[in-house]
Design a protein around this ligand. Sequence first.
Ligand SMILES: Cc1cc2nc3c(=O)[nH]c(=O)nc-3n(C[C@H](O)[C@H](O)[C@H](O)COP(=O)(O)OP(=O)(O)OC[C@H]3O[C@@H](n4cnc5c(N)ncnc54)[C@H](O)[C@@H]3O)c2cc1C
Length: 425
Amino acid sequence: MTYQNTRRDLLKLAGATAAASVVATGKAFSQQAGRVVVIGGGFGGATVARYLRRAGVAVTLIDSNPNYITCPFSNYVLSGVNQLASVTKSFDGLKAAGVTLVTGTVTGINTTAKTVAVGGASAPIPYDRLVISPGIDFKFSAIQGYNEAATEKMPHAFKAGAQTTLLRNQLVAMPDGGTFVMAVPDNPFRCPPGPYERASQIAYYFKQAKPRSKIIIVDAKEAFSKQGLFTAAWAELYPGMIEWRPPSKGGGKTVSVDLAAMTVATEFDKVKGDVVNVIPPQRSGTVVDLAGLADGDWCAVDAKTFESKKVPGIHLVGDAILAGAMPKSGFSANNQGKIAAAAIVNMLANKPAESPSYINTCYSLVAPDYGISVANVYTVGADGNIAAVPNTGGVSPAGAPAAFRKQEADYARGWYASISADIWG
Ligand SMILES: Cc1cc2nc3c(=O)[nH]c(=O)nc-3n(C[C@H](O)[C@H](O)[C@H](O)COP(=O)(O)OP(=O)(O)OC[C@H]3O[C@@H](n4cnc5c(N)ncnc54)[C@H](O)[C@@H]3O)c2cc1C
């Protein structure tokens, strides 16, 4: 089977599974009552809200912000290929679909009364089932000298928005011949290929605007996602510009930063940059602590229903959860959101959960016309966790011709447009 056939079959399988279960269970649900509150209007939460609403459920969606800015495609804002407006999604499409929107930060969850308190709102919001897709927060204490205030000097840009604009402005202001340093954490973290796509996009910008500049990636890991494809592309498109330093080559875990000296220190070395991008270690969004949902850094859930293993009646999806072999991606969060919506519809109708298939594809643009990807189908393994189905998906082939890379770049843009429409309308 060719690579393209594998991809086509895989998408067909997953699309059919997710759509069929929501539509089928939606019909059965129509006479049932049930109020669902969703916290988080990102890839996971907005998907759950839209698909529950489509099945006739009354849904309230709460997000801190009046709109949502996607991390996917934000690396192309850093390179100047895209503008921030192109990755900014309005919640109007969800409102038009009948979802009740509340803008505010959740400050309390009462699991006995089944209510959610929102800062600034007059009364707590009641729920029959609660869904939380809060994304990530940063473990600032893991890096000495780095905290919320330090992100103004050394941005993380791993939550898109003002941080993306700040990093872009720093790159534009950097003189030709300068050094961009990126500190990358150990697994697990949001979007495993994200930092390497970022290095690629910044190299694309430097190649045109500041060709004497360098990029140093200080990495806590000895290996990374799509590594062979990235490094081959860097050698071809940006020779000598990107230096990747794993622990064995002077990189390692970032242990401290010096904002005045603009240095990043690992256990082994110290490196100075003109622009420094620190991606700190991560954990589930801290809102989960309001209901005691975390199990260490992340939240454990039932793989079929995404219901919390700690507190019944609360479901979690997206980056915040322990999802077995599934990576923390927007694609995964969207897929999990559809499966969680179908399970909730069944639960409200006192029906058992179905046996889902899960899917993920992560595209990366090394240059505007050079795309690479990794894809997989997943199932519930013997231990009850999400496990990869052998011989499905895989990475793009090595040594493919330019036309193939261009086609993958077009697929990436198509994916972004279609998932955005699917979620936010
Ligand atoms: C640079 C970069 C590039 C990426 N590229 C890709 C890609 O190409 N493809 C891909 O699939 N994935 C990509 N990702 C990963 C993707 O962004 C995440 O996996 C995805 O956003 C996870 O969705 P989520 O719903 O779990 O969290 P989020 O999308 O982060 O949504 C969480 C929402 O919850 C809200 N929230 C949190 N706490 C509260 C509270 N207390 N009260 C109210 N609201 C709250 C937040 O405001 C936010 O809107 C990328 C990530 C980065 C950083």
